[in-house]
Design a protein around this ligand. Structure first.
Ligand SMILES: [Zn+2]
Length: 419
């Protein structure tokens, strides 16, 4: 805030000295600035998150997107009342599919699972037309946010369900997907993952992965490099005709984890117009250790379900696994990072590449959330903190959504030129 107040004092001073300016009403700028509290500034901005894992909750019988559900860090953090309180206008709602075996049978099951997830997103919007609207373009997103409804853009996290055919992307595009993340925890048919330690670090995109990037460009979709190995992201940057985004990622210079990126790499991504959206996933923010009891419980669970394929397992087995996992989380909660540590990643990124290349993708409902920022209702704290650091309202508009919309518009423009 200090920067803005100083600027206003300078204007007031000029007004006092210059006869012409003195004739105008000198109190207006002062009042305008003093009236806007951080909360009001936050409320006035278009606030988007680039990675909402909330669709994973839509089929749960005890979850209601319209209700103020009890917050569970990492799994229940987004619903309409919380979005209202946190000033969150929406963003990219994720079709996530966990990585499974690269077999025909498993591909088929993954495709069905991803299609079902997309249908759940579409159903959420159809069931609550006064609260939500689907966005297919950046123009849509801005119009919907201005109307007061929640913006539902769709993205894919892990392209594993697309099987061995890049043209399957169009099936999801036709129903509204506008961003595609190629890879998740493990290497897949499209390329190398940041966290697959069974393969060399320099595993980049496969030929099929390169084809998928070209297909995304052709359709006018944003390419997301989160979870991909640096080598894969480098391939994406080289190939993609539009800037690459990292929808939920952090910085190695704050915490050296394979899911985070180096300062130099961030600068490289920013130099080609790309954006990093800062993650709030505790395990990627700082070194945290499970308590011995939690570790023991997780090991026991793992050995009990050894060899179980999540796609071909029957419903009873899946439900039993989830129940056990929830019980472990309740009894021995995972260690949490903090709001300040999250801000450290964000401020470092801003210091390195500036407000044109940084945003927020906290991994809500996908493991994100920290002590002091447990769900989306806490988002105004980020605005308050950034204002304290001297970032302007204009900077905040870019960070909260402007950058994301710019990248989406660039993807849309590339579609027009290639068709
Ligand atoms: Zn993720």
């Amino acid at each position: 805030m200090r920067k803005m107040l100083l600027a206003v004092s300078a204007i007031a001073l000029l007004g006092a000295c210059a006869p012409k300016a003195a004739e105008t009403e000198p109190t207006a700028p002062d009042e305008a600035v003093e009236a806007a509290t951080p909360a009001e500034i936050h409320e006035s901005l278009m606030v988007f998150d680039s990675h909402l894992d909330t669709p994973a909750n839509l089929s749960k019988p005890d979850f209601d997107i319209m209700a103020d559900n009890p917050t569970e860090i990492g799994s229940v953090q987004v619903d309409v009342p919380k979005m209202d309180r946190g000033g969150l206008d929406g963003g990219f709602w994720v079709i996530f599919t966990p990585q499974g075996p690269l077999t025909e049978e498993a591909y088929d099951a993954a495709f069905k699972a991803a299609s079902a997830r997309q249908d759940e997103i579409l159903k959420m919007v159809a069931d609550h037309p006064d609260a939500f609207e689907l966005a297919y373009t950046a123009d849509d997103a801005e119009r919907i946010a201005a109307s007061g409804k929640k913006v539902v853009l769709q993205s894919i996290e892990n392209s594993y369900p697309l099987m061995l055919d890049a043209s399957n992307l169009k099936t999801f595009y036709d129903k509204g997907v506008r961003m595609v993340g190629l890879i998740h925890f493990r290497d897949n048919q499209f390329g190398g993952s940041a966290t697959d330690f069974t393969s060399p670090d320099d595993t980049g995109l496969t030929d099929l992965g390169k084809e998928l990037v070209r297909e995304a460009n052709r359709l006018g979709m944003v390419v997301d490099g989160s979870h991909s190995s640096d080598a894969s992201v480098k391939d994406m940057i080289e190939l993609s005709t539009t800037p690459v985004i990292l929808t939920h990622t952090g910085l190695k210079s704050v915490y050296d984890h394979p899911r985070n990126i180096t300062d130099d790499f961030l600068k490289e991504i920013a130099a080609q117009g790309g954006v990093i959206q800062i993650n709030a996933y505790s395990g990627y923010l700082e070194e945290l250790e499970d308590s011995p009891k939690r570790r023991a419980a997780l090991e026991e669970l793992q050995s009990e379900f050894e060899g179980v394929n999540p796609f071909t397992a029957d419903d009873e087995t899946k439900a039993r696994y989830m129940e056990r996992m929830q019980a472990i989380n309740a009894e021995f909660p995972p260690p949490r990072s903090t709001f300040e540590k999250f801000m450290e990643h964000m401020l470092r990124a801003l210091e390195l590449v500036g407000p044109d290349h940084v945003g927020m993708g906290a991994d809500w409902d996908g493991g994100g959330g920290v002590t002091g920022m447990e769900d989306v209702s806490f988002l105004p704290k980020v605005t308050e903190r950034l204002l304290e650091e001297g970032y302007t309202e204009e900077d905040l508009a870019k960070i909260w959504g402007g950058n994301l919309m710019r990248v989406l518009r660039q993807a849309e423009a590339a579609k027009e030129t290639t068709e």
